[in-house]
Design a protein around this ligand. Structure first.
Ligand SMILES: Nc1nc2c(ncn2[C@@H]2O[C@H](COP(=O)(O)OP(=O)(O)OP(=O)(O)O)[C@@H](O)[C@H]2O)c(=O)[nH]1
Ligand SMILES: [Mg+2]
Length: 371
């Protein structure tokens, strides 16, 4: 495993998630710097912390510095040239994880597109800085080469996008034929590591890969199951995370769009999370689903991992999320199978209620993950 110095916020939930992200990208944090603010203009952090980091880096000799916020290219440049080490900001880190996990050809294309968008945004900023004379040259090359580089990214993006569009059309055709055949559909959604795949495996008898690490699942798997003597299609999906870069969501749009068209969405929630994380992740899920135009009455909330809680604790979690009687929710355990038959009953009931004909069009992404 490679080593990293981690710079993150001074809140427990942020630290936990940042460490999990590092581990998912195969970096072991050997030192953590906790800060209240990570958005100072020059380095993101203060001059003083940078000075201290210089010494720590000399002592620990890590492979990278992970910066758990989105850095402007100028900040990244300042920090990297001062500390003489590669800086991975939150965006770059998530990109690395996605890149190492993408297996299906569509998810590989999606990651490719996200990478090109990342490069493009950095290139734009670098060109702007070079023009203002803040940074000498652009990667040591002149204006003509910048244009060539720029156009090259654009062209590659165009190719990837048209391949993805083809995959999207294929998806649309599949969707239509499923509809013609009268299949109803269920999708599993939720924050990364909530237990979607474990529940999927429990319901389908499959053995898709589950994992402690974040973002185990990147591509959608669909299987047929029996609900109330009826064949229904169920899909596992990519997990959500807060502060996911906009272009990443854009790249995964076609996969997430499945949620817009599905009959029932089961939102899987890790009920064993501490209250603060629970609420934050829940909020992140809700805003994502709202952005995708998923109507509330098509959602079932599954409080998963309830094997780790007492009934009182479960009640308390449900209260925290203001479930009470307004929302369809059920405590389950994807591992022990607790309440799975009841979950199926809930699904069956929801499938019987007719779906509204008019669908909201998904709103522009990018705005969705702002939290
Ligand atoms: N105790 C307990 N652990 C669970 C339960 N369901 C899932 N887990 C564990 O939670 C971890 C994450 O499970 P996954 O099913 O991979 O989660 P996911 O939502 O598919 O995650 P991503 O694919 O990364 O978005 C694994 O270590 C599972 O063993 C449960 O009901 N109880
Ligand atoms: Mg999964």
């Amino acid at each position: 495993m490679k080593t990293a110095i981690l710079i993150t916020y001074d809140k427990e939930d942020s630290i936990r998630e940042a460490v999990a992200l590092c581990e998912a990208a195969d970096y072991k944090p050997v030192h953590t710097v906790e800060q209240k603010y990570l958005n100072r203009p020059k380095f993101g952090i203060s001059e003083e912390i940078v000075k201290r980091l210089e010494a720590t880096i000399k002592r620990l000799d890590p492979d990278v510095v992970v910066y758990d916020e989105i850095l402007k290219p100028s900040q990244n440049y300042n920090l990297a040239s001062r500390l003489k080490i590669n800086i991975l900001d939150r965006e770059a880190l998530i990109l690395e994880i996605f890149q190492s996990r993408a297996k299906s050809s569509e998810s590989q294309l999606q990651v490719k597109l996200a990478q090109l968008r990342y490069e493009m945004s950095k290139a734009k900023e670098k060109v702007r800085l070079a023009k203002m004379g803040e940074q000498p040259g652009f990667m040591g090359i002149g204006k003509f080469e910048v244009d060539v580089y720029y156009n090259d990214i654009k062209n590659r993006m165009y190719t990837v996008k048209s391949k993805l569009a083809k995959a999207g059309k294929q998806r649309e055709l599949h969707r239509q034929s499923r509809q013609r055949l009268g299949f109803k559909t269920i999708s599993l959604a939720g924050y990364t590591s909530a237990g979607k795949t474990t529940l999927f495996n429990n319901l389908t008898g499959e053995e898709q890969q589950e994992g402690k690490e974040l973002f185990t699942t990147l591509s959608t798997t669909t299987r047929k199951i029996m609900i109330n003597h009826q064949d229904v299609l169920i899909s596992d999906t990519v997990g959500f995370i807060s502060k996911l870069p906009a272009y990443m969501i854009e790249a995964f749009k076609s996969t997430l769009e499945e949620l817009t068209y599905t009959d029932v969405v089961i939102v899987v929630i890790d009920a064993s999370d501490p209250d603060f994380d629970l609420k934050k992740k829940f909020q992140s899920c809700i805003s994502t689903l709202n952005g995708l135009g998923v109507e509330r009455d098509r959602i079932i909330f599954a409080l998963n991992k309830s094997d780790l809680l007492t009934p009182d604790q479960i009640e308390q979690k449900a209260k925290q999320l203001k479930f009470e009687d307004v929302r369809k929710w059920i405590p389950i355990s994807a591992i022990t199978g607790q309440n799975i038959p009841k979950l199926k009953d809930l699904i069956a009931k929801l499938l019987e209620t007719p779906k509204p004909v008019v669908k909201k069009k998904p709103v522009e992404f990018g705005a969705i993950y702002e939290n």
